[in-house]
Design a protein. Structure first.
Length: 288
Protein backbone atom coordinates (compact mmCIF):
# COMPACT_ATOMS: atom_id res chain seq x y z
CA UNK A 1 0.00 0.00 0.00
CA UNK A 2 1.29 3.47 -0.87
CA UNK A 3 2.45 5.67 2.01
CA UNK A 4 -0.22 8.22 1.06
CA UNK A 5 -2.96 5.59 1.42
CA UNK A 6 -1.55 4.26 4.70
CA UNK A 7 -1.77 7.67 6.38
CA UNK A 8 -5.13 8.42 4.77
CA UNK A 9 -6.51 5.13 6.15
CA UNK A 10 -5.07 5.94 9.58
CA UNK A 11 -6.79 9.33 9.44
CA UNK A 12 -10.12 7.56 8.85
CA UNK A 13 -9.60 5.73 12.15
CA UNK A 14 -8.77 9.01 13.87
CA UNK A 15 -11.98 10.64 12.62
CA UNK A 16 -13.99 7.80 14.18
CA UNK A 17 -12.31 8.48 17.53
CA UNK A 18 -12.94 12.22 17.12
CA UNK A 19 -16.61 11.49 16.44
CA UNK A 20 -16.88 9.54 19.71
CA UNK A 21 -15.08 12.33 21.57
CA UNK A 22 -17.99 14.77 21.06
CA UNK A 23 -20.16 12.64 23.35
CA UNK A 24 -17.39 11.97 25.88
CA UNK A 25 -16.39 15.65 26.10
CA UNK A 26 -20.03 16.75 26.41
CA UNK A 27 -20.39 14.53 29.47
CA UNK A 28 -17.05 15.59 30.99
CA UNK A 29 -17.96 19.28 30.83
CA UNK A 30 -20.53 18.75 33.57
CA UNK A 31 -17.64 18.50 36.05
CA UNK A 32 -14.85 20.43 34.33
CA UNK A 33 -14.61 23.79 32.54
CA UNK A 34 -13.96 23.83 28.80
CA UNK A 35 -10.59 25.59 29.09
CA UNK A 36 -9.41 23.25 31.87
CA UNK A 37 -10.41 20.20 29.82
CA UNK A 38 -8.49 21.51 26.80
CA UNK A 39 -5.44 22.26 28.96
CA UNK A 40 -5.31 18.74 30.40
CA UNK A 41 -6.18 17.07 27.10
CA UNK A 42 -3.49 18.83 25.05
CA UNK A 43 -0.80 18.71 27.75
CA UNK A 44 -1.34 14.95 28.11
CA UNK A 45 -1.10 14.68 24.33
CA UNK A 46 2.00 16.89 24.24
CA UNK A 47 3.88 14.86 26.86
CA UNK A 48 2.94 11.63 25.07
CA UNK A 49 4.40 13.07 21.86
CA UNK A 50 7.53 14.19 23.74
CA UNK A 51 8.22 10.56 24.65
CA UNK A 52 8.07 9.67 20.95
CA UNK A 53 10.33 12.58 19.99
CA UNK A 54 12.88 11.64 22.67
CA UNK A 55 13.62 8.33 20.94
CA UNK A 56 15.46 10.23 18.20
CA UNK A 57 17.15 13.45 19.39
CA UNK A 58 16.86 16.27 16.89
CA UNK A 59 17.27 20.01 16.71
CA UNK A 60 14.06 22.02 16.39
CA UNK A 61 14.57 24.87 13.95
CA UNK A 62 13.13 28.34 14.45
CA UNK A 63 10.98 28.01 11.31
CA UNK A 64 9.40 24.84 12.72
CA UNK A 65 8.62 26.59 16.00
CA UNK A 66 7.17 29.61 14.19
CA UNK A 67 4.99 27.67 11.76
CA UNK A 68 3.94 25.11 14.37
CA UNK A 69 2.98 27.92 16.77
CA UNK A 70 0.95 29.63 14.03
CA UNK A 71 -0.99 26.42 13.32
CA UNK A 72 -1.29 25.82 17.06
CA UNK A 73 -2.85 29.23 17.70
CA UNK A 74 -5.49 28.59 15.04
CA UNK A 75 -6.15 25.21 16.64
CA UNK A 76 -6.35 26.79 20.12
CA UNK A 77 -9.06 29.24 19.03
CA UNK A 78 -10.94 26.44 17.23
CA UNK A 79 -10.98 24.18 20.28
CA UNK A 80 -11.85 27.01 22.64
CA UNK A 81 -14.94 27.70 20.52
CA UNK A 82 -15.75 24.02 20.14
CA UNK A 83 -15.35 22.84 23.72
CA UNK A 84 -17.21 25.86 25.09
CA UNK A 85 -20.00 25.36 22.55
CA UNK A 86 -20.38 21.63 23.26
CA UNK A 87 -21.49 22.52 26.79
CA UNK A 88 -24.48 24.44 25.36
CA UNK A 89 -25.58 22.22 22.47
CA UNK A 90 -25.90 18.52 21.66
CA UNK A 91 -22.96 16.34 20.67
CA UNK A 92 -24.65 15.66 17.32
CA UNK A 93 -25.12 19.34 16.48
CA UNK A 94 -21.53 20.11 17.51
CA UNK A 95 -20.14 17.37 15.27
CA UNK A 96 -22.16 18.36 12.19
CA UNK A 97 -21.43 22.09 12.57
CA UNK A 98 -17.71 21.46 13.11
CA UNK A 99 -17.79 19.55 9.83
CA UNK A 100 -18.59 22.80 8.03
CA UNK A 101 -14.84 23.47 8.18
CA UNK A 102 -14.68 21.52 4.91
CA UNK A 103 -16.86 24.16 3.28
CA UNK A 104 -14.92 27.10 4.76
CA UNK A 105 -11.56 25.64 3.72
CA UNK A 106 -11.72 26.85 0.06
CA UNK A 107 -12.35 30.41 1.28
CA UNK A 108 -9.14 30.43 3.33
CA UNK A 109 -7.32 28.68 0.49
CA UNK A 110 -8.31 31.64 -1.70
CA UNK A 111 -6.97 34.19 0.78
CA UNK A 112 -3.80 32.41 1.93
CA UNK A 113 -2.90 30.14 -0.98
CA UNK A 114 -4.46 32.15 -3.82
CA UNK A 115 -6.49 29.13 -4.92
CA UNK A 116 -9.69 30.24 -6.65
CA UNK A 117 -12.89 28.45 -5.47
CA UNK A 118 -14.84 26.81 -8.28
CA UNK A 119 -18.57 26.65 -8.91
CA UNK A 120 -18.76 23.28 -7.18
CA UNK A 121 -17.36 24.78 -3.97
CA UNK A 122 -19.65 27.81 -4.19
CA UNK A 123 -22.67 25.54 -4.59
CA UNK A 124 -21.50 23.48 -1.61
CA UNK A 125 -21.33 26.63 0.52
CA UNK A 126 -24.94 27.53 -0.32
CA UNK A 127 -26.18 24.01 0.44
CA UNK A 128 -24.23 24.03 3.72
CA UNK A 129 -25.80 27.34 4.76
CA UNK A 130 -29.29 25.92 4.18
CA UNK A 131 -28.35 22.75 6.05
CA UNK A 132 -26.98 24.74 8.98
CA UNK A 133 -30.20 26.74 9.23
CA UNK A 134 -32.34 23.57 9.25
CA UNK A 135 -30.05 21.75 11.70
CA UNK A 136 -29.95 24.50 14.31
CA UNK A 137 -33.54 25.74 14.11
CA UNK A 138 -35.39 25.28 17.39
CA UNK A 139 -38.50 27.34 18.01
CA UNK A 140 -37.14 29.76 15.38
CA UNK A 141 -34.04 30.49 17.48
CA UNK A 142 -30.40 29.42 17.32
CA UNK A 143 -28.61 28.16 20.43
CA UNK A 144 -25.50 30.07 21.51
CA UNK A 145 -23.70 26.71 21.59
CA UNK A 146 -24.33 26.24 17.86
CA UNK A 147 -22.87 29.70 17.12
CA UNK A 148 -19.78 28.97 19.20
CA UNK A 149 -19.20 25.67 17.39
CA UNK A 150 -19.63 27.52 14.08
CA UNK A 151 -16.68 29.68 15.15
CA UNK A 152 -14.77 26.44 15.69
CA UNK A 153 -15.52 25.38 12.10
CA UNK A 154 -14.10 28.67 10.78
CA UNK A 155 -10.81 28.31 12.68
CA UNK A 156 -10.57 24.58 11.94
CA UNK A 157 -10.67 25.48 8.24
CA UNK A 158 -7.93 28.05 8.85
CA UNK A 159 -5.88 25.37 10.61
CA UNK A 160 -6.27 22.94 7.68
CA UNK A 161 -5.02 25.52 5.19
CA UNK A 162 -2.13 26.71 7.37
CA UNK A 163 -1.07 23.10 8.00
CA UNK A 164 -1.28 22.29 4.29
CA UNK A 165 1.04 25.21 3.59
CA UNK A 166 3.72 24.40 6.19
CA UNK A 167 3.60 20.60 6.63
CA UNK A 168 5.56 19.77 3.49
CA UNK A 169 8.69 21.64 4.56
CA UNK A 170 9.01 20.52 8.20
CA UNK A 171 9.44 17.40 10.31
CA UNK A 172 5.87 16.14 10.81
CA UNK A 173 6.54 14.89 14.36
CA UNK A 174 8.03 18.21 15.48
CA UNK A 175 5.30 20.23 13.79
CA UNK A 176 2.54 18.17 15.42
CA UNK A 177 4.24 18.40 18.84
CA UNK A 178 4.60 22.19 18.68
CA UNK A 179 0.94 22.60 17.70
CA UNK A 180 -0.33 20.43 20.53
CA UNK A 181 1.88 22.05 23.18
CA UNK A 182 0.86 25.56 22.07
CA UNK A 183 -2.82 24.66 22.51
CA UNK A 184 -2.13 23.05 25.89
CA UNK A 185 -0.10 25.97 27.27
CA UNK A 186 -2.50 28.64 25.99
CA UNK A 187 -5.47 26.73 27.44
CA UNK A 188 -3.67 26.42 30.80
CA UNK A 189 -2.92 30.15 30.87
CA UNK A 190 -6.52 30.97 29.92
CA UNK A 191 -8.00 28.65 32.55
CA UNK A 192 -5.65 29.94 35.27
CA UNK A 193 -6.23 33.62 34.51
CA UNK A 194 -10.03 33.26 34.53
CA UNK A 195 -10.18 31.08 37.64
CA UNK A 196 -11.59 28.14 35.65
CA UNK A 197 -8.73 25.75 36.32
CA UNK A 198 -9.80 22.73 38.34
CA UNK A 199 -8.50 19.19 38.69
CA UNK A 200 -10.69 16.44 37.16
CA UNK A 201 -12.13 14.42 40.01
CA UNK A 202 -14.35 11.84 38.29
CA UNK A 203 -13.20 8.63 36.65
CA UNK A 204 -15.20 9.48 33.51
CA UNK A 205 -13.45 12.84 33.06
CA UNK A 206 -10.01 11.31 33.71
CA UNK A 207 -10.64 8.50 31.22
CA UNK A 208 -11.81 10.95 28.57
CA UNK A 209 -8.77 13.19 29.08
CA UNK A 210 -6.35 10.25 28.75
CA UNK A 211 -8.07 8.61 25.76
CA UNK A 212 -8.71 11.87 23.88
CA UNK A 213 -5.33 13.28 24.94
CA UNK A 214 -3.28 10.33 23.71
CA UNK A 215 -5.50 8.86 20.97
CA UNK A 216 -7.35 11.90 19.64
CA UNK A 217 -4.60 14.47 20.20
CA UNK A 218 -1.08 12.98 20.23
CA UNK A 219 -1.78 10.25 17.70
CA UNK A 220 -4.58 12.15 15.93
CA UNK A 221 -2.67 15.30 15.03
CA UNK A 222 0.50 13.40 14.19
CA UNK A 223 -1.51 11.25 11.75
CA UNK A 224 -3.22 14.32 10.24
CA UNK A 225 0.11 16.11 9.82
CA UNK A 226 1.69 13.08 8.15
CA UNK A 227 -1.36 12.58 5.93
CA UNK A 228 -1.23 16.18 4.74
CA UNK A 229 2.37 15.77 3.60
CA UNK A 230 1.39 13.37 0.79
CA UNK A 231 -2.33 14.06 0.31
CA UNK A 232 -4.03 17.15 -1.08
CA UNK A 233 -6.08 19.43 1.20
CA UNK A 234 -9.18 18.29 -0.74
CA UNK A 235 -8.58 14.63 0.07
CA UNK A 236 -7.93 15.41 3.74
CA UNK A 237 -11.08 17.53 3.94
CA UNK A 238 -13.13 14.75 2.32
CA UNK A 239 -11.88 12.21 4.88
CA UNK A 240 -12.82 14.62 7.67
CA UNK A 241 -16.43 14.45 6.46
CA UNK A 242 -16.57 11.17 8.40
CA UNK A 243 -16.13 13.00 11.70
CA UNK A 244 -19.63 14.55 11.87
CA UNK A 245 -21.16 11.32 10.59
CA UNK A 246 -19.52 9.39 13.43
CA UNK A 247 -20.30 12.18 15.89
CA UNK A 248 -23.97 12.08 14.98
CA UNK A 249 -24.03 8.27 15.20
CA UNK A 250 -22.35 8.19 18.63
CA UNK A 251 -24.57 11.06 19.78
CA UNK A 252 -27.61 8.96 18.89
CA UNK A 253 -26.32 5.67 20.33
CA UNK A 254 -24.51 6.93 23.45
CA UNK A 255 -25.68 10.47 24.11
CA UNK A 256 -29.40 10.08 23.59
CA UNK A 257 -29.47 12.85 20.97
CA UNK A 258 -32.59 12.95 18.84
CA UNK A 259 -33.04 15.15 15.77
CA UNK A 260 -36.39 16.25 14.41
CA UNK A 261 -37.18 15.60 10.76
CA UNK A 262 -36.20 19.21 9.93
CA UNK A 263 -32.96 19.00 11.93
CA UNK A 264 -32.08 15.64 10.36
CA UNK A 265 -32.62 17.02 6.85
CA UNK A 266 -30.23 19.86 7.75
CA UNK A 267 -27.59 17.37 8.92
CA UNK A 268 -27.94 15.44 5.67
CA UNK A 269 -27.58 18.66 3.64
CA UNK A 270 -24.38 19.54 5.53
CA UNK A 271 -22.87 16.15 4.67
CA UNK A 272 -23.97 16.55 1.04
CA UNK A 273 -22.41 20.03 0.97
CA UNK A 274 -19.09 18.71 2.30
CA UNK A 275 -18.97 15.92 -0.27
CA UNK A 276 -20.01 18.23 -3.12
CA UNK A 277 -17.40 20.81 -2.07
CA UNK A 278 -14.42 18.46 -2.02
CA UNK A 279 -15.23 15.41 -4.16
CA UNK A 280 -13.24 15.22 -7.38
CA UNK A 281 -14.16 12.17 -9.50
CA UNK A 282 -11.31 10.66 -11.40
CA UNK A 283 -12.03 10.59 -15.13
CA UNK A 284 -10.84 7.46 -16.91
CA UNK A 285 -10.04 7.69 -20.57
CA UNK A 286 -12.12 5.44 -22.79
CA UNK A 287 -10.16 3.74 -25.54
CA UNK A 288 -11.79 3.48 -28.92
Amino acid sequence: MKTENVWATALVGVTILWGWSFVAIHESLSTLSATAFNAFRFLVGGFAMLIILARKPRRIRFNELRDGALAGMALFVAFTFQTTGIAYTTASNASFITGLAVVFTPLFALVLLKVQPNRQQAFGAVVAAVGLALLTISSFSVDVGDLLVLGCAVFTALHIVVLSKVSKSHDAEVLAFVQVMVVGVLSLVWASSTGELSVPHTSEALTTIVVVGIGGTAIGYFVQTKAQVDSSPSRIALILVLEPVCGGLFGYLLGGDRLSAINLSGAVLIIVAMVVTEYRPRMRAVSS
